[in-house]
Design a protein around this ligand. Structure first.
Ligand SMILES: *Cc1c(COP(=O)(O)O)cnc(C)c1O
Length: 387
């Protein structure tokens, strides 16, 4: 008991030793560029809402930064996932593979399409999809029927997979895509946490059919609330744009809508913030990567935990810095959370696994032992760029 308290206090001291600040939020936005200038320009133009130059600029700048051929901005990351799944053809009864260790938005987006999330396990090296375990699982549990990957247990088609680049760290996306191609499963990357993270030099969210970004206030760059869909496919891009803007046909004055669309477009005023934030993204990521080094110098002497290091072949944005307790130390987690939060050092556990959340308790899943173990052992520590 006492020993746990000692270790928790040592973790608190290690975090406090890297800064003179006395309160550390988990991840707060920093506005140190042209934000106020662009916001004023946007307000003065009166185009604060559904159209305007900042929306176009933001989308083109996202394309340039990520290397995606098309970026379509939307109101938040959850709606980006929803529309990506819808455009990928997910509908009633379809299953979508998602990591159990993820934010609730992943599973909700599948449910919005009347699909069923099908939970898969993560690995220790990436905190994302365990590609080797998935390979065995798909071989054993599915069969091909008229071009679809059928879950033998439920008789439903597994139409897509939505891997998450957890806390900004890329999964083994090239191996994953090789595997899912063999099984006719479409890949939509949940890159909500990984803007500025690259796998083998290529931006996350640009490997699959589509990728989704989030610009919520706690993410690496923010538009207040916001998101985007990335894709290299021109026809998918125009479909996404159409559906997220109420499915309205272009006309000088008539209102003609050719299907049920969504009011998911990003307002110009949010895009103005985004343009300014994107100008500073390289500095932000540099400071996050340096923060890892600073924490590393304090945590490398700890025997009971590790500070998570980016996986091989990756340049990670280190969105949230992560400590992982060794397997026999799970009892330490709540003590560390308590001691740090009591001291206004705002640490957080990982999400409770999605298979345990009330709306998804009856969803299909594979063995989730690693995800469940990681949930008990992960603590995210303060990760803002201004620490
Ligand atoms: C933040 C996040 C989302 C959702 O983004 P919002 O902009 O908050 O809707 C989806 N998936 C993951 C993994 C996230 O971290």
């Amino acid at each position: 008991m006492n020993n746990n308290l000692n270790i928790a206090n040592n973790v608190l001291s290690a975090i406090k030793a890297i800064t003179s600040k006395t309160t550390l939020p988990l991840s707060e936005p920093v506005f140190a560029g042209n934000e106020a200038i662009y916001l004023k320009e946007c307000i003065d133009s009166t185009f604060v809402s559904s159209v305007g130059k900042f929306v176009d600029d933001f989308e083109r700048n996202l394309e340039e930064y990520t290397g995606a051929k098309h970026a379509i901005s939307v109101v938040n990351g959850t709606s980006a996932l929803h529309i990506a799944l819808k455009v990928a053809g997910i509908s009633s009864g379809d299953e979508v593979l998602i990591p159990a260790l993820s934010f609730i938005a992943s599973a909700n987006a599948v449910a919005y399409c009347n699909g069923t999330p099908h939970f898969i396990d993560s690995d220790e090296a990436t905190m994302g999809v365990d590609v080797d375990k998935l390979k065995d699982y798909l071989t054993f549990s599915t069969e091909q029927r008229s071009g679809f990957c059928i879950n033998k247990r439920t008789n439903k088609a597994i139409k897509a997979i939505m891997p998450v680049h957890t806390f900004g760290h890329p999964v083994r996306i090239d191996n994953l895509i090789d595997l899912t191609n063999k099984h006719n499963i479409k890949v939509i990357e949940d890159a909500a946490e990984s803007i500025g993270s690259f796998y083998k030099g290529k931006h996350t969210g640009t490997f699959g059919l589509m990728g989704a970004l989030s610009f919520n206030g706690n993410k690496t760059i923010t538009t207040g609330g916001g998101g985007a869909i990335l894709t290299n496919d021109a026809s998918l891009a125009s479909l996404v744009k159409h559906l997220t803007t109420t499915a309205k046909k272009a006309h000088r004055w008539e209102f003609i809508h050719d299907e049920i669309g969504f009011n998911y477009r990003m307002p110009n005023i949010n895009a103005a913030l985004g343009c300014a934030q994107l100008e500073c993204i390289s500095q932000k990521i540099e400071s996050k990567r340096m923060l890892f080094e600073r924490y590393s110098s304090k945590f490398n002497t700890f025997k009971d935990l590790i500070l998570f290091n980016e996986p091989v072949n990756c340049k990670s944005n280190y969105w949230l810095q992560t400590i992982i307790l060794k397997k026999d130390n799970i009892q330490l987690r709540d003590k560390i959370l308590q001691v740090t939060n009591d001291a206004s050092i705002y640490t957080r556990p990982a999400w409770q696994t999605l298979n345990s959340q009330k709306p998804f308790q009856n969803s299909p899943s594979m063995d989730l032992s690693c995800a469940e173990s990681l949930y008990k052992r992960i603590i995210n520590i303060p990760s803002s760029t201004n620490i």
